[in-house]
Design a protein around this ligand. Sequence first.
Ligand SMILES: [Zn+2]
Length: 345
Amino acid sequence: MTTQQEALAAYFQAQQKKASDDEQELVGLQCLFLAVGLRKLFRELGAWLHNKGEQTIRPDEVLAVLEQIRALSGPYKRTLASAIAVACGDAAVRSVESTHVMLTIGGAVDGITRPDFPAKYFEDTFHSIPVGGNLLQEWCNRAFDSLSIDKIKLEIEKGLSEFRSYQQVARALRETIPGTSSQIDTLTRTYMHTATTEGTLAVYRANSDIVTKIQWNAANEETTCIACAWLDGQRFPLDNPPPCPNHPRCRCCLTPVTDGNKYVDVSIPSIQQAARVPDTQTWFEQSDKRLESLVGPNRFALLKAGKVQFDDLVDPGTFKIKPLETLLPGQDTRKIIADLKDKGD
Ligand SMILES: [Zn+2]
């Protein structure tokens, strides 16, 4: 029997998962937009170098050219920082909105405060507050400068330079694009995720009479890291949770731990219906491939034949996977599996 608290927790998790999927889509679009701008800049730089043709170039001239490229890229780096800050402002405002809708169970619960932060407030915050020890503008400068430009400089300083013409310099810089793109992608994802978390926390804090703590939730996929998996499910005070994102490209989210009093009049079926997201078990059962990769071929054979249910696979006392041999008490599980597989072939 599901308790009110369990239904609420499942509902909040489902909503945060949904919000995080939406965010990924939004971030993807934003990254695409920034990548297009980056390519345009490199095209312009390439054309500028190209005009100098096959002229030979001395090491001191290469250094001068690199400085000029830095100067030309200045406006782009500033535009980049602004574009990321604007995207963060939007993401935070959307997050305030969706977190408010979530806490009201889609409007079913009254008296949930919705803090009023304009996008500009978050935008300014992301311009002026260091994240991971650096300001946004510094991160953007680094993403742009740290690749070929520094490599070329180092080569020249070591006297290993292969650069004999402007076109060779242009070629080396072209190789920078993929690296810069992926750094900008990571930067945008991490910043926008920070913004989303700030929006979420702003709503939780404005409702600290109802939201007593936050719970950390990892994405729980193949790519989840050990630190995030360790944090998964742990609860922290509202004013001092571990920083989320926990690392670049982290996909964790924070769900509210609530004092259920506000929610006593909301029936469990209506909460479950509002979740409208399959639980983990249903998600895996939607696809045989997914389920087989989760449980392995032997347990998969037993599940498909209806010999066991998904819930039977784990020991509820220890939360550990039950050994295969104990799944069918009093029967030779291995032989049954072998027979099932023979039949399947
Ligand atoms: Zn994480």
